[in-house]
Every structure is written in structure tokens, then in C-alpha cells.
Design a protein around this ligand. Structure first.
Ligand SMILES: Cc1ncc(COP(=O)(O)O)c(C=O)c1O
Length: 408
């Protein structure tokens, strides 16, 4: 006899995940109108199965999971066509059909970032990193490892980059240098003004590298208008696909140039692009199931539209913000500077985050495991298959856990 069913956490076509009366999380498979069989029971602490409100990876819809079901040959024509369709859809998503190539790589977004740096920035060239969050520091670290001469400019983590900051910097940047910006700093949800940045770089003859990892799919990006040199993104955030690939968009002028040594066989965007554009084949074994899931997720996004997705997320984060007022918790950023799908919350001085996090986890609610160091905030994300009921449940749990001791 399995434990009694207490609460339905998630439902897909042929599987329900619930929390059982004894506190464990269970999978149930309906085998008749009212008949359930427990197919797996996981004690808390072993495998977590509940609501995931983390900014990637995200909870997947059942249609994305279904798309990952078939086993497909990596060199089979069907997978070649899928890869081609995926790259075309990526260009449509970011409006880059005219001037850009979309190049997926196996791994994660950081693999795509390292590949972009290796492929595009000559060794010992200067890269100025505009830093108002932890992912800018990640770009700087990756570039340093690759042997790039990094200049790092710390900025206020609660304020988006402004034109006046850029103007102040201008006299100290040599024409032709590279400048990196993170469009959305995921830890706080801070969204930087990409249009201003792109105009600034174009106007000064600077090369631009943008991390759009958490913005692509929910914040509009119009590559052909922006004219930036490269954008790195992820399929497992606002595209709502599975983790396992990183995405790079590269302006075609760079791919037409004479190749430079990248120092890596696999983190070489030109090699991957040549292979994909000439034969629709990936250079090395692609994560086939991941691409199948990502392509399905991307097709759903194109149907919903970036504006639609942004509004869906904003409805949920507005709900979170209204609950925060009741709980006397303060959002770290003003809504106008925030990603529609992320709310960062100032951690009250009396609150112990590891206790809050594990208390929520015990209730079947998974948040990101650490706070942002510079703003001392924790983040809630509604990217993925998250409903308003899920958000209500999270906020009820937050109320219980905060009242029962996470605040000392
Ligand atoms: C803005 C941003 N850049 C880069 C990364 C790194 O992505 P990955 O862990 O997929 O390599 C993340 C991950 O959350 C991110 O949010």
C-alpha cells in the first residue's frame, strides 16, 4: 500500500505528482476513472518533486516532455531537418533573419558564452565588462580563462545601465574594443536597456557581446535593428525548454571573416555553424532529446508571442508582489526595471535564508538555493509551466515558513 494521497502538486496527461500524507512526494499513474497506483515514492531529501520556482531550469509542459520521448538518430535526416527548423525559429524569435546566424551548442549557456568569446574576440584584445550583477562577473571570468584582457566596471546592482554612465565611459574605450553587457541579471531580475547600449556601441565603433540568457523569450530582442555583434542565450529559461544546450547568435559579418584559432575543437562557433549550414549536422553528437524538447518549446513560444509570454509572467509576478506587501517583504527592484518573470525580495535582517529555503522545500516549493550577495535578496521566478494556483500555494507556504521560525 502506498501512502495516502494528500495534495495534487502537478498533473500531466498520464502522470500525477502529489504530496502524500506522510510528507513524501509521490508519482501516481491513473489506470481507470478513479484508480491510482503509486509508481514511485521519494522521501524528501532524496529526489525533489514539487513546484520549482527557479529561474532555470524550469518546469516543462507535458507537450515539451512528449516531444522528448522519441529516440532519434543524431545523423538521421529527421534530426537534420529538426535542427534546421530550430535554428530558423531561433532567428524568428529574436528577429535576426536578415543579419544573423543562430548557432546552438551542446552544454549550457556558459558553453555558448565561452564559444562566442573564443570565436569572436582575438586573444589579448580588451573586453570591458559592465557589471551590475553576478552573471557579468561570470562573463569576465570566462574571458579571463580564455586569455582575453578583461576590464571590469562594477555598477550599482539595483540600477539599470544608463546613457550617462555609458557617456562617461566613452573617452576611456578605444574604438574597436569589445564591451559586454548582461541584458537581464537573473539574480535580481534587473533589466538593462539594450537599445541604448547597442546604439552607444554602434556609434563609437565598439564591438558588443550581450548575455540574453534570461531575457530571450520574455523581453523583446530585435537583433536586426540592434546590430549587436553577438548574443548568447539559453533554451531552458524563457523559451521553457530542457537544459542541455546553449545558444549563440552571431552577426554574419563575423562569420565571413578569416577564422582565428579558438584553442578549442568544440567551443568553436564557426566550425559548428559551417557544419550546420552546409549539412544540417552538428559537429559532435548533439543532445537529440534536448533539441527535440527545445524545438517544441520554441514553437509554443512563437505561438504565444514574446509579448504574450511577458504578460503571462507579469500577471504572476504582480500576484507575488501583492502578497509580498501583506507579508511585509520588500521587492528589491521597482517593477519598471524588473524582468516580467522574476521578483527579487530583500531578505529581512532577521531571516536565515538556508532555513527559509529548506522550510519551503519541505513544503514542496523549490526556490533558488542562495541569495544574491550584493543585494542580499532571494529570487522567485515564474518562468516555465507555472500557474496562478502554484503562485498562491508558494505564497501560503512562504507565510507559514516565515512565521514558523525562518525569521529568528
Ligand atoms: C543571465 C545569465 N547568464 C548566464 C547564466 C549561466 O547559464 P548556464 O548555467 O546555463 O551556463 C545564467 C544562469 O542562470 C544566467 O541567468
Amino acid at each position: 500500500m502506498g501512502p495516502a494521497f494528500a495534495r495534487l502538486l502537478r498533473e500531466s496527461d498520464n502522470e500525477w505528482v502529489g504530496s502524500a500524507a506522510n510528507g513524501s512526494c509521490c508519482m501516481f499513474r491513473p489506470i481507470g476513472p478513479a484508480c491510482l497506483v503509486v509508481t514511485g515514492a521519494h522521501e524528501r531529501g532524496a529526489t525533489f518533486e514539487g513546484l520549482m520556482l527557479t529561474p532555470g531550469p524550469v518546469m516543462l509542459t507535458s507537450s515539451v516532455k512528449r516531444a522528448m520521448w522519441p529516440d532519434v538518430g543524431s545523423r538521421d535526416r529527421s534530426f537534420e531537418l529538426l535542427s534546421r527548423a530550430f535554428r530558423e525559429q531561433l532567428l524568428a524569435l529574436a528577429n535576426g533573419t536578415q543579419d544573423y546566424e543562430a548557432i546552438p551548442v551542446g552544454g549550457s549557456a556558459t558553453f555558448a558564452m565561452e564559444a562566442a568569446i573564443r570565436t569572436l574576440i582575438p586573444p589579448r584584445e580588451e573586453l570591458l565588462v559592465l557589471d551590475n550583477g553576478m552573471y557579468a562577473r561570470r562573463v569576465a571570468e570566462v574571458a579571463e580563462q580564455v586569455g582575453i584582457n578583461v576590464r571590469h566596471l562594477p555598477l550599482d546592482p539595483r540600477k539599470p545601465l544608463t546613457r550617462s554612465v555609458l557617456e562617461e565611459l566613452a573617452p576611456n574605450i578605444a574604438a574597436g574594443s569589445w564591451v559586454a553587457l548582461v541584458h537581464c541579471e537573473t539574480a535580481t531580475g534587473l533589466v538593462n536597456e539594450l537599445k541604448e547600449f547597442a546604439e552607444f556601441c554602434r556609434g563609437r565603433g565598439l564591438r558588443s557581446l550581450v548575455d540574453g540568457v534570461s531575457s530571450l523569450g520574455a523581453v523583446p530582442i530585435d537583433l536586426d535593428r540592434l546590430g549587436i555583434d553577438a548574443l548568447v542565450a539559453s533554451a531552458n529559461k524563457c523559451i521553457e525548454g530542457p537544459p542541455g544546450i546553449g545558444l549563440a547568435y552571431v552577426h554574419k559579418t563575423h562569420l565571413a571573416q578569416r577564422p582565428k584559432a579558438t584553442g578549442s575543437y568544440v567551443l568553436d562557433l564557426r566550425r559548428q555553424w559551417q557544419s550546420l549550414s552546409e549539412t544540417d549536422q552538428w559537429v559532435v553528437t548533439p543532445p537529440t532529446h534536448v533539441v527535440q524538447g527545445a524545438e517544441s518549446a520554441l514553437a509554443s513560444l512563437l505561438e504565444e508571442g514574446v509579448a504574450g509570454r511577458s504578460q503571462r509572467y507579469a500577471r504572476l509576478t504582480d500576484l507575488i508582489r501583492s502578497h509580498l506587501i501583506e507579508l511585509r517583504l520588500k521587492p528589491t527592484l521597482d517593477r519598471s526595471h524588473s524582468h516580467p518573470g522574476i521578483v527579487a525580495v530583500d531578505l529581512p535582517p532577521s531571516c536565515d535564508y538556508p532555513r527559509l529555503h529548506s522550510g519551503l522545500r519541505d513544503e514542496g516549493m523549490l526556490l533558488y538555493h542562495t541569495t544574491d550577495v550584493r543585494t542580499r535578496s532571494f529570487r522567485i521566478s515564474v518562468m516555465g509551466d507555472v500557474s496562478s494556483t502554484d503562485v498562491q500555494e508558494l505564497m501560503s507556504s512562504l507565510r507559514r515558513v516565515a512565521t514558523n521560525g525562518a525569521r529568528s
